[in-house]
Design a protein around this ligand. Structure first.
Ligand SMILES: *Cc1c(COP(=O)(O)O)cnc(C)c1O
Length: 348
């Protein structure tokens, strides 16, 4: 048993021995000259999986989203985005700072979606007073929530009809695809592709649930990826023998997609284990993230709970709203340990 059960994020995973072996065996070149065979293979593979023309391997999901926004938009354009979306709230304002692209954030509905009327109302007329509305950004999963597929279809169809480009921040696209496939009796690959086909660009993280150490891919048309390539260079994201990292991502695509359902099952196990504790409101997880809100006395004791969890070797984030994320390096015993630590803190 490891000392810690680390439920802070699915980014904390260590590359497995098999992934490390794949990295060590990877053929390498200089990707700035476009001749790293492993990077080229990864880009072709992910583009192909999602039914896109081309893909670009980038160091982070943040750079992937920013490259997408800057490839879709010019200075003085704007993108419609959710208040809690990563590419609005969690990226240091990069689109505004570096791209001179203005966000138009909208409140989320309870299920994580953006109201279609609110999207329509946010699209500005062609008038010198206004920024030019150019892009709709959705995120799936969003805080672990799977956007209903009918909604994704409707929102992206609306955007297209209004002349907006559509970007998906699919950092956890494969978590969404696995959950959607389970609900529909379909395959994760099929659902990932169907989802991607609703968008002009899709960003996917390899370093979250897929378990690679570094890297994301931006996928889209050849022309869009060519523009994003220039942006990546400007942002300092051109890498050299990055096939070492691409090989890890390729290994993840081969071996770590289907197993995301294990993470989802562990999240349910955690939520069920916490069910019924007074003062704790546990949201039923749809994928690999469990949120727990503390109320009343439990809320007052939140700092003590966090100290108790730390002493018990359980790592999570939040205070009054705790977040637990399951992943490749957590097993049922670890989840049970987290449940026992929390139950031990609250009187039965
Ligand atoms: C993690 C994440 C990103 C990008 O994260 P990086 O740390 O920059 O790789 C983007 N969007 C979402 C939804 C994420 O969860």
């Amino acid at each position: 048993m490891s000392t810690f059960v680390d439920l802070r994020s699915d980014t904390v995973t260590q590359p497995t021995p098999a992934m490390r072996a794949a990295m060590m065996a990877a053929p390498l070149g200089d990707d700035v000259f476009a001749d790293d065979p492993s990077v080229n293979a990864l880009q072709e593979r992910i583009a192909d999986m999602l039914g896109m023309e081309a893909a670009l391997f980038v160091p982070t999901g943040t750079q992937s989203n920013l490259s997408a926004i800057m490839a879709h938009c010019q200075r003085g354009d704007e993108y419609i985005v959710g208040q809690m979306a990563h590419c609005y709230r969690w990226e240091g304002g990069g689109a505004a700072v570096l791209g001179s692209v203005q966000p138009q954030p909208l409140a989320h509905q309870a299920d994580g979606t953006l109201d279609l009327h609110a999207i329509t109302d946010a699209i500005k007329p062609d008038d010198a007073h206004f920024a030019r509305t150019r892009l709709l950004c959705l995120e799936n999963t969003l805080g672990g929530k799977l956007l209903p597929f009918e909604y994704v279809q409707a929102a992206t169809a609306l955007a297209k009809e209004k002349g907006l480009a559509r970007h998906l921040d699919g950092a956890r696209l494969f978590n969404a695809a696995v959950a959607q496939a389970a609900a529909l009796g379909s395959s994760a690959q099929h659902e990932a592709r169907r989802m991607a086909q609703c968008f002009d660009s899709v960003s996917v993280c390899f370093s979250k649930g897929l378990g690679a150490p570094v890297g994301s891919a931006l996928c889209g048309s050849r022309a869009l990826i060519d523009r994003a390539h220039r942006v990546r260079k400007m942002l300092g994201g051109g890498m050299r023998q990055s096939g070492l990292l691409a090989a890890a991502a390729l290994h993840a695509l081969d071996h770590h997609i289907e197993r995301l359902q294990d993470d989802h099952a562990l999240a349910r196990r955690l939520a069920e284990g916490l069910h019924g504790i007074s003062g704790l409101a546990v949201e039923a997880p749809q994928t690999n993230i469990v949120f727990v809100d503390l109320h009343g006395d439990a809320r007052a004791r939140a700092p003590d709970l966090m100290a108790h969890l730390a002493d018990s070797g359980i790592r999570a984030t939040g205070l009054y709203r705790l977040r637990f994320v399951t992943h490749l390096d957590v097993d049922a015993a670890g989840v049970d340990r987290a449940v026992a630590a929390i139950r031990g803190f609250f009187p039965a």
